[in-house]
Design a protein around this ligand. Structure first.
Ligand SMILES: Cc1cc2nc3c(=O)[nH]c(=O)nc-3n(C[C@H](O)[C@H](O)[C@H](O)COP(=O)(O)OP(=O)(O)OC[C@H]3O[C@@H](n4cnc5c(N)ncnc54)[C@H](O)[C@@H]3O)c2cc1C
Length: 447
């Protein structure tokens, strides 16, 4: 059976997290005709975690990872770097959507992913600044946000989860901004430098014998008596098993068509703050704020251990079934982000945005992932929904375990899920989703 990729990933804007770490040597693309035991398509959270899990389970396995982009430049290098333990799905209408039992289960799984990442950081000597368990704050920018934090606190009480409520003065002490009415800190989130973490994983895996090829988009997969054959622009790869770790690009290979929501999210990063600007801003050197309303604005401050004194802001989303952001979409989103930034940091109006970029979030309407055997020898670790750093890590682990015939709580969790529910036909999906996104963004405009 053959699957031809309808499209390869297209990235709009800078791979900022990688750029601020300075120049690095490119890995060569796959060339000629090569072979391995397990081929992994996609060097993101899912693909790299799958490679690590395979090597843990069987160090003798010959594993190759292929990515259309450079490690750290693809989806995994384009997010805000919150590896969150508590469930808070973008697709859910409220934080307590799934019920307590499900929330406990998801929290346990997310914490397993964070521990797995922490162990990789320790084993591979990834710099500590690229992965810190500092927790995160749910920032409230309005009375509605405060009410939402109070409701969230009640939910955390029921789950017996620790948190700290912060008032406006405490928020100012952390962020240097007068904007926030209050906040709710939970300690379990790891804040990562997304590109630094991915590059560190890839280097560690290479030391374990995994081969990683960049600029190697897979355009075709075909199964035969000997296993699978993958085609890239310059080479072919035969493998007994294949793990597809391409998140929404599962659909580009013809799987789950009409069932995946492709949301393009946008972010900006400032230039480095000068010592004077750092002093004027005040507050702490590293913090991360997610909005009380998931459709609001995420803000993060980083320091020299992550690539310089900078502020990162994420806001604005478009539903794009073609999985690409136009320059016009990104320019519009960057203008909106400038206004959000200025409202929070009026003293930093002269600070430029050095980078703006867009990335891909893949949701299913019923919040499920696709982690299972799609066809004999073809495993999927895709469709991460809102919290893709943790979920991607989990689906990668699960697909690796299935590839070697193992089961675990992770494989049982994902293989028991329904398939993604069907969406309205095109163009009604796009019109409906974009109208909904614009309304929700307006509703959460203070958050
Ligand atoms: C602006 C923004 C902010 C976000 N913030 C957060 C956050 O703070 N926390 C969080 O948990 N999530 C966040 N996300 C979502 C998160 O980035 C994704 O869910 C996550 O990257 C998914 O991981 P993955 O490994 O499954 O896929 P990806 O990271 O997308 O990796 C898949 C890889 O597959 C490669 N690929 C695709 N097709 C092919 C092909 N045919 N051949 C070869 N390679 C291919 C791609 O190049 C890519 O590198 C954010 C997303 C965006 C856009």
């Amino acid at each position: 059976m053959a699957h031809v990729a309808k499209r390869l990933p297209r990235f709009t804007g800078a791979a900022a997290w990688a750029e601020i770490l300075g120049p690095r040597a490119a890995r060569p693309p796959l060339t000629g005709s090569q072979g391995c035991d397990v081929a992994i398509i996609g060097a993101g959270y899912a693909g790299l975690s799958a490679a690590r899990r395979l090597k843990q389970l069987d160090p003798a396995l010959d594993v190759i990872v292929l990515d259309a982009a450079r490690v750290g430049d693809g989806g995994t290098g384009r997010n805000s770097g919150f590896m969150i333990d508590l469930p808070h799905e973008l697709a859910a209408s409220s934080y307590d959507g799934g019920g307590e039992a499900r929330d406990r289960q998801l929290t346990g799984l997310n914490r397993f992913a964070i521990d797995f990442a922490a162990q990789a950081v320790a084993d591979y000597g990834i710099p500590d600044g690229f992965f810190r368990r500092t927790g995160k704050i749910n920032g409230a920018g309005s009375e509605a946000g405060m009410a939402s934090n109070r409701a969230y606190a009640k939910h955390l009480d029921a789950l017996d989860e620790p948190y700290t409520l912060l008032d406006a003065a405490e928020m100012r002490g952390i962020t240097g901004s007068d904007y926030y009415f209050g906040g709710l800190h939970t300690p379990g989130t790891a804040m990562i430098q997304p590109a630094g973490y991915a590059m560190g994983l890839a280097l560690g895996l290479e030391r374990d014998g995994v081969r990683v090829f960049e600029d190697s988009g897979v355009t075709r997969m075909e199964s035969g008596a000997q296993g699978w054959s993958l085609t890239t622009a310059q080479g072919t790869l035969s493998a007994s098993k294949v793990i597809l770790a391409t998140n929404g690009h599962l659909d580009s290979f013809g799987f789950a068509r009409g069932r995946l929501m492709h949301i393009m999210l946008n972010a900006c990063m400032t230039e480095q703050l000068t010592p004077d600007q750092v002093r004027v801003l005040g507050g702490e050197q590293e913090w991360g704020i997610t909005p009380c309303d998931p459709m609001g604005t995420t803000v993060r401050r980083i320091g020299p251990d992550q690539g310089g004194h900078r502020i990162i802001i994420r806001h604005g989303s478009y539903y794009r079934p073609g999985m690409a952001t136009s320059e016009a979409d990104l320019t519009r989103a960057a203008c909106a982000m400038r206004a959000k930034f200025d409202a929070r940091f009026p003293a930093l109006k002269s600070v430029r945005f050095e980078f703006k970029w867009s990335g891909h979030l893949c949701l299913s309407q019923n919040g499920v992932s696709v982690m299972r055997e799609l066809e004999p020898g073809l495993l999927s670790a895709c469709v991460q929904n809102g919290l893709g750093t943790a979920r991607g890590t989990l689906t990668g682990i699960g697909a690796a375990e299935l590839a070697v015939g193992q089961t675990s709580d992770i494989t049982r969790h994902f293989t028991a899920e329904d398939q993604p529910s069907r969406l309205p036909p095109h163009p009604f999906d796009t019109i409906g989703a974009n109208a909904y996104l614009r309304y929700k963004e307006w509703q959460s405009r203070r958050e």
